[in-house]
Design a protein around this ligand. Structure first.
Ligand SMILES: Nc1ncnc2c1ncn2[C@@H]1O[C@H](COP(=O)(O)OP(=O)(O)O)[C@@H](O)[C@H]1O
Ligand SMILES: [Mg+2]
Length: 312
C-alpha cells in the first residue's frame, strides 16, 4: 500500500465514523415514522404530478389501501374480496379525466388488480354499428380488447341520445351485461360533462348503482391553471421569464372571469396557450438567428404577448 492510498483509507475511516453517528439518528427517525408500502409511495409520486384533483387522489388512495390490505388478508388465510371498480367521471373537457384514467390503469396493474394496465378510449362511433346485432358485436370486441385494463367511454350519454330505436341502447345493454360478468380484471369508466352525465343516469336509473365510484373533476382555478402552465413548460424543457409568467397569469385570470371563456377547456386551454407561445418564440429565434441552449429554452414576455394577441 503506498502512502497516498494509506492517506485516503485513513480519511475514509474518519468519514465512516462520522456517517455511523448520523446513520443512527436516521434509523431512529425511520423507526418513528415507518415508510408506507412501496407501491403506495410510487402511486403518490405519480399522482402528485397532477395539479389539484384532491377528490380523485383520495379515491385512488382508498382503492390502493384496500387492495394492499386485501392482499395481506389473503396471505394470512383470511377471506379476501373482489370489488367492482367501475367508475363514472364527471367534468368539463380538459379537467384531467383521460389523464387520470391512464395513470390509474398503469398503477392498478402494479397492484395486480389489472393484468395489463392499458387504456382504450372510445366514443359512440366506436361502439355503435349500423344494423341489428352489429353494435353488440362491436361493443363486445372492444370489451375483449380492454380486458386486463380500462375501457373509457367518453361522452357516454351520446349512447342514449337517439331514442328507443337507436342502436346506442344496444351498446349500453352490452356494456352493462359485461361489466357484471367481468368484475375482475376489467374496469369500465363512463365519462362526460357533469350535467349530461346526471341526466343520463336519471333516464337510466338502473345504471347508477353499478358504478361504485363517482368522481367529479372540477374546473381548475386560475392559480391551478397557472401551475399547470408552469408544469407544461418544465416538462417540455422551456423556461418562462418572470415577466412572461406574469403575463400568462394575467391572461388566465382575465379569461377565467368570462363565463363562456376558452378557460373552460381547462388543461387543454393551457396546452394550446403554451404551444402558441412556443411558436412565437420560434419565429423570434429564426429572425434573430440565435440558437444557443439558453435561447432555445427561454420564453420571454414578448413571445407571450405576441402569442396572446394572435389568439384574440
Ligand atoms: N391536474 C392536472 N395537472 C397537470 N396537467 C393536467 C391536469 N389536468 C389536465 N392536465 C393536462 O390537460 C390536458 C387535457 O387533459 P385530459 O386528461 O385530456 O382532459 P379530459 O379527458 O378531461 O378532457 C392534458 O394535456 C393533461 O396533461
Ligand atoms: Mg378525455
Amino acid at each position: 500500500m503506498n502512502s497516498v492510498t494509506r492517506q485516503i483509507s485513513s480519511e475514509r475511516k474518519n468519514q465512516i465514523k462520522l456517517i455511523i453517528q448520523s446513520d443512527v439518528e436516521r434509523t431512529i427517525e425511520k423507526t418513528l415514522d415507518p415508510p408506507l408500502h412501496p407501491i403506495w409511495t410510487n402511486i403518490e409520486k405519480e399522482f402528485s404530478q397532477l395539479v389539484g384533483l384532491e377528490e380523485v387522489k383520495e379515491m385512488i388512495k382508498h382503492i390502493v389501501a384496500w387492495s394492499i390490505v386485501n392482499q395481506k388478508r389473503k396471505e394470512l388465510g383470511l377471506k379476501s374480496d373482489h370489488h367492482a371498480l367501475h367508475m363514472l367521471f364527471k367534468g368539463n373537457p380538459g379537467t384531467g379525466k383521460t389523464t387520470v384514467a391512464r395513470i390509474m390503469a398503469k398503477q392498478l396493474c402494479e397492484l395486480n388488480i389489472l393484468s395489463k394496465g392499458h387504456l382504450i378510449e372510445v366514443e359512440r362511433a366506436d361502439l355503435v354499428g349500423e344494423y341489428i346485432g352489429h353494435t353488440a358485436n362491436k361493443t363486445r370486441e372492444l370489451i375483449k380488447k380492454s380486458m386486463g385494463g380500462i375501457l373509457f367511454v367518453d361522452e357516454a350519454y351520446s349512447l342514449a341520445r337517439g331514442g328507443e330505436k337507436d342502436f346506442g341502447r344496444e351498446a349500453i345493454d352490452t356494456l352493462v351485461k359485461h361489466m357484471e360478468d367481468k368484475k375482475d380484471d376489467f374496469i369500465l369508466i363512463l365519462a362526460g360533462y357533469g350535467a349530461e352525465m346526471d341526466n343520463f343516469l336519471r333516464l337510466n336509473p338502473g345504471l347508477r348503482g353499478r358504478f361504485p365510484h363517482v368522481v367529479t373533476f372540477p374546473d381548475y382555478t386560475a392559480d391551478e391553471l397557472m401551475e399547470i402552465a408552469r408544469k407544461f413548460c418544465r416538462e417540455k424543457e422551456f423556461v418562462l421569464t418572470a415577466a412572461g409568467a406574469d403575463r400568462i397569469g394575467m391572461y388566465i385570470r382575465n379569461v377565467s372571469a368570462d363565463r363562456h371563456s376558452p378557460a373552460k377547456d381547462n388543461g387543454r386551454f393551457i396546452r394550446n396557450t403554451i404551444e402558441s407561445i412556443v411558436r412565437a418564440q420560434a419565429v423570434r429565434l429564426l429572425k434573430n438567428q440565435s440558437f444557443t441552449r439558453q435561447d432555445l429554452m427561454m420564453l420571454t414576455e414578448k413571445d407571450v404577448l405576441i402569442a396572446l394577441n394572435e389568439k384574440d
